[in-house]
Design a binder for this molecule. Structure first.
Ligand code: ASP
Ligand code: MG
Length: 628
């Protein structure tokens, strides 16, 4: 008998009828021969309503008391769901996070799970109960209630699944929600978006972190780290949803599986930073120490001993970021410019590792739409661009209830980002059926589960639990050195729509595979654009670039650099664990290795250093991440 973890989001338990429907699904899974765990969120808009109640009392309520308040939402849901199951004639028992032993750190409202005790849980399962667990909550080591951050019930579900798996059971996790699965993009913005049948963990991580919004990205990190197969599916139907699984060969044939939009970000640019070892480390360790999650980082090559570092943070953390960096910026003799609201549009696909011309197609679509790009970064399987947004209009413009006002605001948000998203979705023909999205792909089928390997010996059980300790610690899976790449850098590229497209068109028509791309705005109306290509292609890439630049503006220059080494740290949680960049830059700084370019994504941080120091950099990063 295997274990099925079923998670029901707020909309899927919003009233009695939905609770009964969730209970029926759980019972059906049990009757199909599984042990069943149900994880539920607070009903409907309960969490929002509780936040509003707190706001009536205090503008800045203490985080501890907020957690005390917010955790009540899920407690209502578990009791009702257990009652519903009992009403339908099955045995059920509900548990709060505390009762089930979900231990977290003490960062209230953004707590991270440290371990889950599976004893009570497995006893209840083994005795034939459907176990109903409150999502989103845990308890810290002082015994205080904590919550995991908005949308955290997904994380609870996958973490519980991982814990049960480590206790020796065969597990799969179903995330029931109000959508049919994961789409090629947000179907509310792009109506012809297509449902995917399967997507890899890494693709999903890159999509989710960028606002695909279907799942909490930490839950996908867990699923990847502990190899838990996930399915996102609709709570209102029995149709299969989207499997989220390890990467399969056919996925590599698809240049782009989806595009995502993330609004609510702000861009900051640190200009005039001394180009010497350790500076990026100072900047990002200060942010990590303040627990500010940095999303995109783009450090350009720079000129005259000065570099520019562009990065984005959530709008809500903008003020804190400025305050945190102020003393440091002054000390470095640099300036920190805030450049306003931006939206991030990203293309994701495992195939872009090997298929040439993906960047070209993206930039072409954006140029045709007149979109100006404020920053570009690339990951292993992702290209992201920042699009500038106008500030949203004040809420007062809308009349009606809170939800109408909210909907109004939403519709005015990220206007340019939405437009860009539509253009890119069309450019990659993502509405067409393809393998893994409407057409058959050999894959992602789950064999019947094996019998559970129930761990009977208490010693084994303790060993399994020990492995859960610090379960949310970053998992850096590898460090890679690539000395086969060279770099082209364009200085003083006029910052107008279409220039990137022209450059990458010239490179792509030469059949040259572009790997890393970093673009930053470096001065008024000027951008610096760098990209790497295989070393053998450098002369051709440079010549082609210089040709286009002559037509764009004779004042801009392209230079080639063959003496570079690219290092990547790959893993999960690059963004949510603010410490990865800190460890990486810190280790390089300690060895006096200068970083001449930085590029980040959710599953990958890439840096460029001098070629002669590549091996040394690899060795020091291998050591820093204990991979030796
Ligand atoms: N109830 C919490 C929230 O609304 C957690 C969740 O729904 O996953 O954010
Ligand atoms: Mg919710």
């Amino acid at each position: 008998m295997g274990v099925v973890v079923q998670k029901f989001g707020g909309s899927s338990v919003k009233n009695a009828e939905r609770v009964m429907e969730a209970a029926r699904k759980a019972i059906r899974a049990k009757h199909a021969g599984n042990m069943v765990i149900v994880v539920v969120s607070a009903q409907g808009s309960t969490t929002d309503d509780l936040i509003a109640k707190a706001a009536e009392i205090s503008a800045a309520p203490s985080a501890r008391e907020m957690d005390m308040l917010l955790a009540t939402g899920e407690q209502i849901s578990i009791a009702l769901t257990a009652m519903a199951i009992q009403e339908l004639g099955e045995r059920a028992v509900s548990f709060t996070g505390q009762q089930i032993g979900i231990v977290t750190d003490s960062t209230h409202r953004k707590a991270r799970i440290k371990k889950i005790d599976t004893q009570r849980l497995t006893e209840a399962l083994e005795s034939g109960h459907i176990v109903v667990i409150a999502g989103f909550q845990g308890i810290d080591e002082q015994g205080d209630i904590s919550t995991l951050g908005r949308g955290g019930s997904d994380t609870t579900a996958v973490a519980v699944a991982a814990a049960v798996k480590l206790a020796g059971y065969d597990v799969q996790c179903e995330i029931f929600t109000d959508v049919d699965g994961v789409y090629t993009t947000d179907p509310r913005i792009v109506p012809d978006a297509r449902k995917m049948d399967a997507i890899s963990y890494d693709e999903m991580l890159e999509m989710a972190s960028m606002g695909a919004g279907v799942m909490h990205s930490r839950s996908i990190e867990f699923a990847k780290k502990f190899d838990v197969p996930l399915m996102v599916r609709n709570a209102q139907s029995d149709a299969l949803g989207t499997w989220i699984v390890p990467e399969e060969a056919w996925m590599g044939e698809i240049p782009a599986c989806g595009v995502a939009l993330a609004a609510d970000e702000a861009r900051l640019v640190l200009e005039g930073v001394p180009d010497r070892p350790g500076v990026s480390h100072q900047v990002f360790s200060a942010l990590a120490a303040a627990n500010i999650a940095v999303d995109m980082i783009a450090q350009s090559v720079g000129e005259g001993g000065k570099a520019t570092i562009g990065f984005t943070v959530l709008n809500s953390e903008l003020e804190k970021t400025k305050k945190t960096l102020a003393p440091l910026v002054a000390g470095l003799g640099a300036v920190l410019n805030e450049t306003g609201k931006v939206s991030k549009v990203s293309v994701v696909g495992a195939g872009m590792r090997t298929i040439a011309g993906v960047a070209e197609r993206l930039f072409q679509a954006l140029a045709a739409d007149g979109v100006n790009l404020k920053m570009i970064t690339t990951g292993d399987i992702k290209i992201s661009v920042l699009v500038e947004e106008d500030a949203p209009p004040p809420v007062e413009e809308a009349t009606g209830g809170e939800s109408i006002k909210k909907a109004h605001l939403e519709s005015k948000k990220a206007v340019r980002g939405r437009k860009a998203l539509r253009a890119v979705h069309a450019a990659f023909a993502l509405a067409q059926p393809r393998k893994g999205a409407g057409a058959p792909a050999a894959s992602a089928e789950f064999k019947p589960r094996a019998n559970p390997l129930v761990v009977a010996d208490p010693k084994d059980r303790d060993a399994a639990i020990a492995r859960l300790d610090g379960m949310e610690d970053v998992l850096v899976s590898g460090v890679h050195l690539n000395t086969e790449q060279s770099r082209v850098t364009i200085h003083d590229l006029p910052d107008v729509p279409g220039n990137c497209s022209k450059v990458f068109n010239a490179v792509a028509t030469g059949g040259i595979l572009v790997d890393m791309i970093v673009q930053n705005q470096t001065g008024p109306a000027k951008a610096e654009l760098s990209f790497t290509v295989p070393r053998a292609d450098l002369p051709r890439a440079l010549a082609r670039t210089q040709d286009v630049l002559r037509a764009i503006d004779p004042a801009c220059r392209a230079v080639g650099d063959a003496d570079i080494a690219v290092l990547f740290v790959l893993g999960v949680g690059m963004r949510t664990h603010t410490g990865v960049a800190r460890t990486m830059f810190g280790a390089l700084a300690a060895h006096g290795i200068n970083i001449s370019m930085i590029n980040t994504s959710e599953v990958c941080v890439g840096v460029v250093v001098e070629r002669a120091r590549g091996d040394e950099a690899l060795a020091c990063l291998t050591e820093a991440f204990n991979l030796g």
